[in-house]
Design a protein around this ligand. Structure first.
Ligand SMILES: Nc1ncnc2c1ncn2[C@@H]1O[C@H](COP(=O)(O)OP(=O)(O)O)[C@@H](O)[C@H]1O
Ligand code: SF4
Ligand SMILES: [Mg+2]
Length: 347
């Protein structure tokens, strides 16, 4: 795992979401889907933040919104303290500084383009005036494809999955971004290659001071790469904090459930009750209450918070770097000196 946070992490955020909401109107009279439903999130220079949660919880929508690809319904995105400008030219300049890295099978590489053209594409879009060949070589080397010239004329189908993912990363690096947003960057790769790509992202952080938001449904992956983790459930961040603290002393029942099913977890896996979350039907009170193992087991009742769990919504966590949790029970346990120390019973 990433044991020491990058020395480059400073306190002023590079990218921030403030009270960000993205809603999609329902089709044919269906309810609005509140895909991102009030998120504050900071990413600081040189910091890798993992955004973790089950499929459908709004991670991609949040990531796309941070990139200016989806306009927020309300709230705002700021980059270097300036609000994101959605006018064409400003947005184009922004997308040079903040690059999206998708997983390769999602079609981010054109099968008819050589590696060289795939990496040079961004330079051409942005009218790069320098030495294109040198920039492409440099990006491929940084992404671990060496010697780069050996890859110039290859096509995606001639490469391994890991090499293709490196080409995708080189295509982002060639524009010398300050931040990359990587959406499930290793989801389709074998375990061994996965480790190599994660190591590459860590190296880029350390060598280039690159910041990254790594979106993943796999909390175990966060352990290997992140300085900080934000756990998302049904459009909200429900727990966030430095990686070691969040993974060794999780407070939110949802984080505990996600951790309990990892291969290295001790004890019984937590089976969550109820239906997978639907952003067009966000429950009242705590949005997790219909599935919460702590409420179902009577633990929340014993802590005197069961009524609040069902009826009282929780505040949006601020986007900063400290450990925070949105849970009535965790707050009650912390008040008793229990949950805050990670000693609250694992239910
Ligand atoms: N363009 C869209 N129109 C309508 N609903 C959408 C759209 N994009 C995403 N959604 C819905 O928003 C929710 C969150 O989706 P997404 O952000 O892709 O989640 P994740 O990346 O965590 O799997 C899902 O219920 C999805 O169906
Ligand atoms: S607030 Fe209540 S229902 Fe929500 S996660 Fe905490 S204990 Fe569970
Ligand atoms: Mg997604």
């Amino acid at each position: 795992m990433s044991t020491t946070p990058s020395p480059l992490v400073s306190t002023a955020p590079l990218l921030s979401a403030e009270e960000l909401k993205v809603a999609f109107p329902g089709r044919r009279g269906a309810a609005t889907a509140r895909a991102v439903d009030g998120v504050d999130l900071d990413i600081r220079p040189g910091e890798i933040v993992a955004l973790v949660g089950e499929s459908g919880c709004g991670k991609t929508t949040l990531a796309r919104s941070l990139l200016g690809l989806v306009p927020p319904t309300s709230g705002r995105v700021t980059f270097g303290r300036a609000p994101l400008d959605y006018a064409g030219r400003a947005l184009k300049a922004y997308r040079k500084r903040v690059q999206l890295v998708l997983q390769d099978p999602s079609g981010s590489l054109n099968p008819r383009h050589t590696v060289y053209d795939a990496v040079a594409e961004g330079l051409r879009i942005h009218g790069y005036a320098g030495d294109e060949r040198a920039a492409v070589s440099d990006a491929l080397s940084r992404a671990g494809l060496r010697p780069p010239e050996r890859f110039f004329l290859r096509f995606p189908h001639e490469l391994s999955g890991g090499q293709r993912q490196r080409v995708v990363i080189a295509g982002a690096l060639v524009l010398e971004p300050e931040l990359i947003v990587a959406d499930e960057p290793v989801a389709s790769l074998d375990a061994s290659v996965r480790g190599e790509i994660l190591a590459l992202l860590l190296r880029l952080r350390d060598e280039l001071g690159l910041s990254a938001l790594v979106v993943t449904h796999d909390l175990g992956l966060a352990w290997n790469i992140a300085d900080r983790v934000a756990v998302m459930y049904l459009g909200r961040i429900v727990e966030t904090g430095p990686v070691e603290q969040l993974l060794t002393a999780p407070q939110h029942p949802y984080t505990r459930a996600l951790l309990s099913v990892l291969p290295e977890a001790e004890g019984e896996p937590v089976v969550l009750a109820g239906e997978p979350p639907d952003p067009s039907k966000v429950p009242s009170g705590c949005r997790f209450h219909v599935r919460c193992q702590v409420l179902a087991s009577g633990e929340a009742e014993r802590a005197g918070v069961a009524e609040a769990c069902r009826t009282v919504d929780l505040p949006v966590l601020n986007g900063g770097g400290d450990a925070q949790v949105a849970c009535h029970w965790a707050a009650a346990c912390a008040g008793e000196g229990g949950g805050g120390s990670g000693d609250a019973p694992m239910t």
